[in-house]
Design a protein around this ligand. Structure first.
Ligand SMILES: Cc1cc2nc3c(=O)[nH]c(=O)nc-3n(C[C@H](O)[C@H](O)[C@H](O)COP(=O)(O)OP(=O)(O)OC[C@H]3O[C@@H](n4cnc5c(N)ncnc54)[C@H](O)[C@@H]3O)c2cc1C
Length: 589
């Protein structure tokens, strides 16, 4: 089945859930017409150029031969079109050739790219992340030399953190950097490097975490280096190959067309980015941008899988429908299948709203009026990022699984396509920091932001939306508001309990981390849908037309409230259970 870009839903989410209007002062060029035009053009490109390459890319994969990687069939040509279309630099600074549009709009575009072709979409994610890291940490010379090429997409970027002994804990990174002349030589091996080698662009800019000779132990001894595949002259021209190469590519469960490379650094020439031993902080710029993008990948794969399941449910007939009396009836007219589809759609819209809201916070963190507003926005972005990454990627896997289930046995047959989405989705909770690590980040660091005020403010805003829903016209909105209010109360109770579990009760804090992230994600999802329902009700009242569409938004909020928000008090109990119950010897398990 082909991909249908959800331009209307994205535009609705940007306005109703993520409050894109708050960016009007900072981005006067991003008016409603521009946003619509960009979304439509991106949707066409995703559906017509990228989506048709998805299944062939899964079958053929990227190829490795004699030390070089060839991108999957058609990918290099599509990449050229992507770069020529200016998509890489949509949100980048015009000083480097970007278009200076909001990150939130760029993320909406990215959702369509990722949904059309997840393997392809990883290349721009890493390239934009590398550009961000150089922009924040690089010297004037590094910015002038590398940013225009990355922003235009002429060169791509890759992120080199992981080594076989060092994954979640980067303190064990062993790649060495020896000073030589006015630069450095890198020696070591990195594994799992996405788009670490390929033939789709003329150069690859590797950002590499490595250790200087005098480096302290652990993660505080890491520095960030830039090592290009082809050496770059001072005028930007390409020189000889650097001493780095791909040893082989991994054979994976999914995303076959994304080359996952084992990279060998054999005295590769490199330059330092940022201060010595401050590499992890510098790399965090790239990691944070990528985390939100991976959250978007979760939404995207869910949308793609959902679209296919909906199409199948409208076509396939089985059993009698209690609604229509038809025999055989469309699967769509079986209540359990309809519930599955609606819940999937509601969770997609919840995740979409969460990612776009995080991106709006990122935009405001740079450009809001006044330092206090900027700091509040930065804290909001920092708080929401691990939730967007982990909640949306777990949701992506679950929705891809549910969408496969809607196909019955056909879902398990590769030719149908649902299986690819499920396989592709499974990496998302693992890379860019496993979801477990993001949950620990949430309870360990993000809960403390502003002395706990950041999370209190967030829950306060959710409670305010719950009040608005209960004050609005209509029993359905009242019911959604009541469920959201209970969800906000559960989130508050769990947050307070965790805040009291620091120090000696750290095991309690960590044991509740994943349940807490899910609880906050579920409640934020209800908030996004509640805001959408309020906006839809306002448009219905204004007689804008498209009644079915807006009624659908209210129905999704109601279903989510009854199927998800009702469970939040139970989730709070799971968060606050503590670690004692797990004091069980391994032999007992
Ligand atoms: C397809 C693919 C692409 C990738 N792309 C890149 C890339 O471009 N660049 C790059 O540098 N890396 C990349 N990675 C690596 C990826 O980021 C790591 O696999 C990931 O961070 C997890 O590290 P690990 O595999 O060593 O797992 P481990 O760290 O060994 O973790 C194993 C399990 O233990 C849990 N765990 C670990 N530590 C703790 C703890 N302290 N508390 C609680 N639970 C814990 C984890 O959540 C996980 O479930 C990629 C990986 C894959 C598979």
């Amino acid at each position: 089945m082909t991909y249908r870009a959800p331009v209307r839903d994205l535009a609705f989410s940007l306005e109703a859930a993520a409050d894109l209007g708050r960016l009007a002062q900072a981005f006067p060029g991003a008016d409603r017409d521009t946003v619509q035009a960009v979304l439509e053009a991106a949707g066409d490109f995703a559906a017509e150029v990228l989506a048709p390459l998805n299944r062939p890319g899964d079958l053929a994969g990227a190829a490795y031969e004699n030390g070089s990687v060839t991108a999957a069939p058609g990918f290099a040509e599509a990449y050229k079109q992507f770069a020529d279309g200016g998509w890489m630099g949509l949100a980048a600074d015009p000083a480097w050739g970007g278009q200076g549009l909001p990150k939130a709009l760029d993320l909406a575009v990215s959702e369509m790219v990722q949904a059309a072709n997840l393997s392809f979409g990883l290349c721009p994610i890493l390239t934009q992340g590398a550009a961000d890291a150089i922009e924040k940490n690089g010297t004037k010379r590094q910015k002038a030399l590398y940013l225009p090429k990355l922003v235009s997409g002429q060169w791509t970027g890759a992120m080199n953190l992981t080594e076989s002994q060092s994954g979640s804990d980067l303190g064990g990174v062993a790649t060495r950097a020896e000073p030589e002349g006015d630069g450095f030589r890198l020696t070591g091996q990195k594994i799992f490097i996405t788009w670490g080698d390929h033939d789709a662009a003329e150069n690859i800019v590797h950002l590499v975490l490595a250790r200087l000779p005098d480096a302290p132990e652990g993660s505080r001894g890491l520095s960030l280096f830039l090592a290009p595949k082809f050496l770059v002259g001072e005028d930007g021209t390409l020189g000889p190959r650097n001493n780095l190469r791909c040893a082989y590519i991994e054979h994976k469960l999914g995303i076959h067309a994304s080359p996952t490379c084992v990279m060998l650094y054999e005295g590769a020439r490199a330059e330092l980015v940022g201060a010595p031993h401050a590499g992890l902080a510098a790399m965090f710029v790239m990691m944070n941008a990528a985390r939100l993008q991976v959250g978007v990948q979760g939404v995207a794969i869910a949308e793609r899988a959902y679209q296919q399941a909906l199409a199948y449910a409208l076509e396939r007939r089985q059993g009698r429908s209690p609604w229509t009396g038809d025999y055989p009836a469309r699967l769509y007219d079986q209540p359990d299948v309809r519930r599955t589809l609606m819940l999937a759609k509601a969770r997609i819209e919840a995740g979409r709203g969460l990612c776009l809201t995080t991106a709006v916070a990122a935009d405001l963190g740079r450009l809001a009026r006044g330092p206090a507003a900027q700091e509040a926005a930065r804290q909001r972005e920092a708080l929401l990022t691990p939730i967007a990454k982990a909640w949306c990627t777990d949701m992506g896997v679950e929705v891809a699984s549910a969408a496969l289930q809607v196909h019955g046995g056909m879902g398990f047959i590769e030719e149908i396509g649902a299986a690819q989405y499920y396989r592709d989705a499974r990496i998302l909770p693992i890379y860019e920091g496993t979801n477990g690590i993001h949950a620990i980040d949430l309870v360990g660091r993000k809960l403390l932001l502003g002395g706990g005020q950041a999370v209190r403010d967030l829950i306060g805003e959710i409670a305010t939306t719950a009040v608005s829903l209960q004050a609005a016209d209509g029993a359905v909105l009242h019911a959604v508001g009541a469920r959201l209010e209970a969800g906000a109360a559960a989130a508050e109770q769990a947050s307070d309990w965790l805040a009291g579990r620091r120090g000696p009760s750290e095991a309690d804090l960590l044991a509740g981390a994943t349940a807490y992230l899910k609880l906050l994600g579920d409640v934020i999802g209800g908030w996004m849908l509640g805001k959408g329902a309020l906006a839809a009700a306002a448009r219905l009242a204004a007689g804008e037309g498209a009644e079915d569409y807006f009624k659908g938004k209210i129905a999704l909020a109601r279903l989510y409230a009854e199927q998800v928000l009702t469970l939040t008090p139970g989730m709070a109990a799971a968060v606050t259970q503590g670690a004692e119950v797990m004091e069980v010897a391994a032999e007992a398990l």
